[in-house]
Design a protein around this ligand. Sequence first.
Ligand code: NAP
Ligand code: G4F
Length: 331
Amino acid sequence: MARSALVTGATGQDGSYLMELLLKKGYEVYGLVRRLSVPNIGNIQHILEDVTLLDGDLIDQSSLNAAVRESHPDEIYSLAAQSFVATSFVQPVLTGEITGLGVVRLLEALRAYAPEARFYQASSSEMFGRVDREPQDETTPFHPRSPYGVAKVYAYWACVNYREAHGLSISNGILFNHESARRGLEFLTRKVSQGVARIHAGLAKTISLGNLDAKRDWGYAPEFVDLMWRILQHKEPDDFVGATGEAHSVREFVAEAFRLVGISNWEKHVTIDEKNIRPSEVYNLRGDASKAKRVLGWEPKTRFKDLVRIMVEAEIGSLEDTRPAKGVPSG
Ligand code: NAP
Ligand code: G4F
């Protein structure tokens, strides 16, 4: 019989890649989606006929109970979150409700209705925050710097506690930034790759950014969902860092994206706006994923320059797709 998996955050970047991966592996796939006035299914349009979507919201316990009961999951992937750090400063209570307490609601549903299932929690390198060592691994202390990071720390420890207190099979993936053309438009890599493509096409002149000096360990999302799956195949529940081991600054990302379209004087096209600067910043993240390599055989392949190229090319391609063909009137 096919194994069954329930994925929360199904419409997001990671949820969409993970559901594709699980389908390829022969799983029966259930995706939790919340009701929106206009459905947000762009990332999963192509697999809609192959998965079962269940209505639910991390704020609503009964909908999570029903989703777990209906999907009879062997594996649960807890990916849903208010995941944008900047928003967490203006919506800290909502972020705590969804990104923190929402995970506990899902754990309660696990405990009541699928205690044999393996559970993956999407923990984050944002939990390390103000780091006191480099690179960061599973033993690095947490010092979150945003309401989002604080909520993720709460969810992380809730998962550890449910594992220890109730003997449930719960694992954390502490993943560093991973990106793709399916990233939300507000995240740095997508904002830059889309902005560069638009400037290249003559549709815009500048991109408005914040702190150019922050450094991130940026990887490619499809490789990181493979790590999520590997974590749940490991017999013993455990916590793993996922990272490339390389850090680059926002400035480097911007320069490389412009270089790809032949623009060397990129400073002319970037403005710095106070509104993009966070009240407290995470300045430097670089991960050490040697445990994931040693125990799970996982190693990311896509390096920084490949990632920037993949994202810029995707944006240029999608702009070309939306342009009217020659001779065809628009409108
Ligand atoms: P994402 O694209 O922002 O997706 C978040 C998902 O959560 C969306 O499907 C969203 O649904 C759903 N969601 C939000 N609020 C919800 C609620 N109240 N009830 C039910 N669903 C809700 O995030 P991602 O990049 O795929 O990341 C997946 C997970 O990994 C998140 O937990 C994120 O915090 C974590 N993480 C991400 C990274 C990274 O670099 N991408 C790194 C470490 C950890 P809508 O489409 O309806 O908004
Ligand atoms: O792309 P970002 O918004 O991602 P951030 O804050 O690192 O968070 C992402 O990665 C986390 C893993 O570490 C996830 F847990 C989280 O859910 C999310 O996926 O910002 C990256 C960096 C920051 O230092 C930010 O201050 O870019 C800097 N930045 C500079 N200008 C900007 C901008 N970020 C955004 N979004 N927009 C700007 O204009």
